[in-house]
Design a protein around this ligand. Structure first.
Ligand code: DGJ
Length: 736
């Protein structure tokens, strides 16, 4: 069991294959933190490593004692106002107006495996020996409230998950005003904070900043995890690179408003915390009620960012994502959005499907515009019945016809929204997120349905399940195209209005839960105006997500590279689209567009009927190539080699290596051509040094150690004589 407890020293030691996480019960009963980092051999006590002494000009807990102060002690789940002056992990407001609490260790239990988090997405085990869980009860006897901290140690996968549950055993009401999922005090501040930030169409760009004293944070207040900041944060040493050095990564399994922050205190201790954004949040806990925080996944790596990413990839791909599609090769799809937008009918759709089938596409996805009177984005959301003008023979018939071609059929929904111009809004104007007597702002002409109301979720479930039962649908793209404003629910009392944003997300999860259970054969792809809700919470239900509305091959290098910091390649929807590109107007070759999109859940999003015969031939080959290699790409280990975020950033390269290291797929991309570039080499990663590899299309063979240490000279396969912008190479390696 990778969890040790020593009764005499009251120390806990959580140990994975490569990491140790150690904390203890302090003399006043609160939990103190001792160590998180590289694995330490287990011993009875680690306390001699941590010696405290009196510090000047502070506040102390015990009368007559100038040493014991929470101001200088690292905390496990810190409280504010009792000698710790940093921001706390939680705050509980009491009926008398006090926010002072004293939660002390009560007891703990250790079990094999992992319990479910009721109503929330979370990592899981398939057999009990995969992980062990520690649950610690902290209790404040004054208010009769318990906090149950939960830790799961995935020893082999090298990750630890944490969450907290607040339980009101008392008679009086309390308010949970802040409830972070985890807090970690690291003993120094020699770190850079790494975040994934951006905006619509440039999601999850990697940004680094050096820590300074005070608070530095990222957050969402938009109702979704957002394109602006991803619910992830890493602290890396300044010298840490992709392949060496220390890094701590935290990733929140949540899709709503979050906060991730680091507070560097006056002794250079870095307090890292992540959880639901406390701004605009409050949870009323009546007698007997409880509140569960989302789960956070903690990963420490002493071997650079890439190894942290591989840990997240493995855990998320195999023990966060679920269902029949989790381990299956993803189908090559075509989506009609950029081909037609709203302007289509069944004839056009069938033509597109037929033409793409001839090229090898396996799944046809009918995007926005198939329901109500949806000729533009001003109408019909909420009216999930097929539009008989566009589909006179019905949606079911169209799906059957497409099945008849030998293709699967997929459909777009935006379940959480309603248009003002719709039958649903006419019937239920009270079913939207809003506050009384205030105007409602809109986004893309639409309003957000109040998913905190059970009847709203039930109603949408009924409509969607009806469509999914009627038509042979094997894929659903679940979109969400606006952020929330004027957040409130007409069905909740005044003292529960700050619960709405979280209750909304719980409603979304419950609908996903029901639909994925009822239609287990359906592959769900999450989407939010591109990648505005691309997070671990969604990944639990939808094993792939639409990475970004930006389909330009050059832009996608940064987006996919950044996304890969946390999310597996199999989770990133990546499509070849038309040129000039619809988002940035750039012209790139069909080859480069595919070479980028191969490193994701691959598909096309253009009008194939408009392509020349030569282009169709190329597409046919691309699809055949992807099918042959998709298990390697989707399930292999991903190594980033050259970063588009580097100072020059002109080159990007990465390689996917199969688990057994017998096969690898390199992607190399150069944005602008260079005159007289000299000899360029790629240094492979992750190969087996002892294996001899053949590179497709070449007679020579190379050993893994040669390709990794001496590198592969690219001009062997690409002449420098006719350079062009936006060039790329994909190379397949196979052990001979
Ligand atoms: C936003 C999505 O990201 C697009 O792919 C497309 O589905 C549109 N919405 C449709 O409205």
């Amino acid at each position: 069991m990778p969890i040790f407890y020593n009764d005499s020293t009251r120390e806990f030691h959580l140990q994975t294959d490569k990491t140790s996480y150690i904390f203890n019960v302090l003399e006043n009963g609160q939990l103190g933190q001792l160590y998180y980092g590289k694995k330490l051999r287990h011993r009875k006590s680690f306390q001699r490593l941590f010696h405290i002494e009196a510090t000047p000009n502070t506040a102390c807990v015990n009368e007559g004692d100038l040493v014991f102060s929470l101001d200088i002690l690292k905390q496990e789940y810190p409280a504010f106002g009792t000698t710790d002056f940093r921001e706390p992990a939680y705050q509980v407001l009491q009926e008398n107006g006090s926010r002072i609490t004293h939660f002390v260790y009560q007891d703990h239990s250790i079990l094999q495996g992992k319990n479910k988090l009721e109503g929330l997405p979370a990592t899981y085990v398939e057999s009990e020996d995969e992980a062990a869980t520690l649950e610690i009860s902290l209790y404040d006897k004054e208010i009769d409230v318990e906090i149950r901290l939960s830790y799961t140690v995935f020893d082999e996968l090298n990750a630890i998950t944490r969450s907290a549950r607040f339980i009101n055993h008392g008679q009086a009401e309390v308010n949970v005003a802040r409830a972070m999922s985890a807090s970690i005090d690291l003993p120094d501040s020699n770190f850079e904070m790494v975040q994934l930030s951006g905006a619509w169409s440039r999601e999850r760009h990697i940004k680094n900043r050096k820590l300074v004293p005070g608070i530095q944070s990222i957050a969402s207040t938009r109702g979704t995890s957002s394109a602006q900041h991803n619910p992830f944060l890493a602290l890396k040493r300044p010298e840490t690179t992709e392949h060496q050095g220390e890094v701590y990564g935290v990733s929140l399994v949540y899709s709503g408003n979050f906060l991730a922050q680091v507070e560097v205190d006056h002794y250079d201790v870095s307090r890292l915390m992540i959880g639901i954004n406390p701004f605009e949040f409050n949870w009323l806990l009546k007698s007997g009620e409880d509140f569960q925080t989302p789960e956070v996944v903690l990963v420490y790596s002493a071997e650079g960012l890439n190894s942290m990413s591989q840990t997240f990839h493995r855990l998320f791909r195999t023990r966060l994502a679920r269902g029949q599609w989790r381990d299956r090769e993803r189908p090559v799809l075509i989506n009609n959005w950029e081909a037609t937008y709203f302007d289509f009918d069944e004839k056009k759709i069938f033509e597109l499907a037929k033409a793409s089938k001839a090229l090898g596409v396996e799944l046809f996805v009918l995007d926005d515009g198939w329901f109500g009177k949806r000729d533009s984005d001003t109408t019909s959301l909420g009216d999930w019945a097929p539009d008989a003008r566009k589909l006179p023979n019905g949606l079911t018939q169209l799906a059957k016809d497409i099945n008849g071609l030998g293709m699967e059929f997929g459909l777009w929904f935006e379940p959480e929204m309603v248009s003002k111009v719709s039958e649903l809004y006419k019937a239920h104007p009270e079913w939207v997120i809003r506050v009384p007597n205030r105007q409602m702002s809109h986004g893309r002409n639409q309003l957000v349905l109040d998913f905190s109301r059970q009847e709203v979720v039930d109603y949408i479930h009924g409509l969607m399940a009806g469509v999914l039962r009627d038509a042979p649908i094997s894929y659903v793209k679940w979109d969400m195209n606006r952020y929330m404003t004027e957040v409130g629910s007409l069905s909740l009392p005044a003292d529960r209005q700050r619960e709405v944003a979280h209750r909304y997300i719980l409603g979304v999860y419950s609908l996903y839960e029901r639909l994925t259970a009822e239609f287990p054969h359906v592959l769900f792809e999450s989407c939010a105006g591109g990648g505005s809700r691309f997070d671990p919470g969604m990944l639990h239900y939808a094993p792939q997500g639409w990475t970004s509305d930006d389909t330009d091959a050059v832009e996608r290098l940064k987006i996919q590279y950044g996304t890969s910091l946390v999310y597996p390649i199999s989770s990133m929807g990546a499509h070849v689209s038309a040129v000039p590109n619809h988002q940035v107007g750039r012209m790139t070759s069909l080859e480069t567009r595919a070479n980028v999109a191969y490193f994701g859940a691959f598909g096309y999003e253009l009008d194939v009927t408009m392509m020349t015969e030569a282009e169709k031939e190329t597409v046919k080959q691309q699809i055949a190539f992807y099918k042959e290699n998709r298990s390697l790409i989707q399930q292999g280990r991903f190594y980033r080699i050259e970063s588009p975020f580097a100072e020059d950033g002109n080159r990007t390269s990465w390689v996917a290596v199969s688990e057994d290291q017998r096969e690898a797929m390199l992607g190399f991309y150069q944005v602008l051509a260079q005159p007289n570039p000299g000899l360029t080499r790629i240094f492979f990663k992750g190969l087996n040094p002892e294996f001899e590899y053949a590179i497709e299309g070449m007679d020579d063979t190379f050993y893994g150690d040669e390709l990794m240490a001496a590198g592969f000279q690219l001009n062997r396969i690409r002449s420098n004589e006719h350079p062009s912008d936006f060039s790329s190479i994909v190379l397949k390696l196979k052990q001979v």
